[in-house]
Design a protein around this ligand. Sequence first.
Ligand code: TEU
Length: 523
Amino acid sequence: MSQPDDPPPPWWERGTVYQIYPRSFQDSDGDGVGDLAGIERRLDHVAALGVDAIWLSPIFPSPMADFGYDVADYCGIEPMFGDLAAFDRLLAAAHARGLRLLLDFVPNHSSDQHPWFQASRSSRTDPKRDWYIWRDPAPDGGPPNNWISDFGGSAWDYDAATGQYYLHAFLKQQPDLNWRNPALKAAMLDVMRFWFDRGVDGFRIDVLWHIVKAEGLPDNPANPYWRPGITERDRLIQQHSTDQPEAHAIAAEMRALADSYGERVLIGEIFLPNDRHARWYGTPERPQVHLPFNFQLIENAWDAVSLRRVIADYEASLPPHGWPNWVIGSHDAPRIAARVGAAQARVAAMLLLTLRGTPTLYQGDELGIAQVDIPPERVRDPQELRQPGIGIGRDRSRTPMPWDSSPHAGFSAVEPWLPLNPDWRTRNVAAQETDPRSMLALYRHLLALRRAQPALAIGDFALLDAAPDVLAYERRHGHTVLRVALNLSAEPRPLPFEGEVLLSTLEGGGGGVLRGDEGVVMR
Ligand code: TEU
């Protein structure tokens, strides 16, 4: 039971994270792409929102085949974004506002332009050959096994110069690193030290469950549930290419390194069923990541029955030392407001910020940006370009932040690299700042309430009974009991309990009924 005199929880349990997609936050040098100086300029927006930490998607030198998730130098800054001095200024400016800064660590693969891979592919006897995963062709000359890239096609690319294939779980421009090689592992842990020494507060770790593959690289089994129209990756179950015990051991090493720097946080990107997901917390004696990212609000149907089941099952799956976390949007997922609609997006905001666990907000969701249709000639996402027409494009959630109604929404002096949301002239930060009914105002209220009420940030959690279409739960800390009721339907529903409304997603009300699409926090 959480009590007021408990020792204070670490910041990442009590706090909230805000994800910035650097290419699309603020351009300061007029190239149509965001940069670090731009982020620094807009930090007051982040601070005013009331979050505690920023996670930056990758800012390292990159040919941008996968928009930064193809890293050509783990210890530098992409010139398009700035340089190390600009990074240090941004870090200091964030810290000055009480904001922590997390970087995106991409350990599974580098860019094919990384000097390590250039050396590795130069000859079979190069000392860095084994830093990547090279294998002879199958007897018929084809790829060494049946593994499929997450972006479609074989996960192997043939290198004629040395007569072998190399493995890439994503694009062929993203060769997988070999974490079984001790020198590679040491070099990558040094990368984490480099940024910790510079003062970063932690990392979001990209595709952490991918980083080690089963010894012998056996074929993956077929997925009996696959059908056309689903991504090609899902033809196979990634049994041997992901979630290996050796990857858990490496996560524990990363954690020990992070802990040696004091209160730093590791958030692991991990897509797995609950039982396997929970193992990424490790044990109290040998912890792994602090927060294995929980994507279930993104992946599951938006109705009270499904949400109730998802929340209960996830809570039940957590080890006693495992702190939960939740997210409703990212640079990979469809916009929440596109998925559930404008009215329910407000309910989703309340859910995200009142559940037990660290919430991560995605830039632009605080404005309720919805579907942005990308004209075919402007599609940039390599995943969409390789598998068009099945609705997996990621550009639609990577469009620039609309700051005001000036040309290009105040994002840039020139046409941005991706189009703006079509309603940017009215749906922008400046317009919403002056509108008490705006999504931005709701997010600020929710974050302020969460800050003021330890019951919401760190209190105990219990689901409550309620009418159909209503999701209800309580949060309890010491003597404070707060109750949340969310109407997942557009019709009025009975309020499951009485009390004082601390915050509603709608204006007015108070008639003892939960209006359509209304969420309330009550005392
Ligand atoms: O995403 C990993 C991941 O699981 C994606 O394949 C995800 O399923 C897909 O993008 C959903 O549409 C991470 C990054 O978040 C993503 O941006 C990168 O492209 C990917 O890793 C490779 O680094």
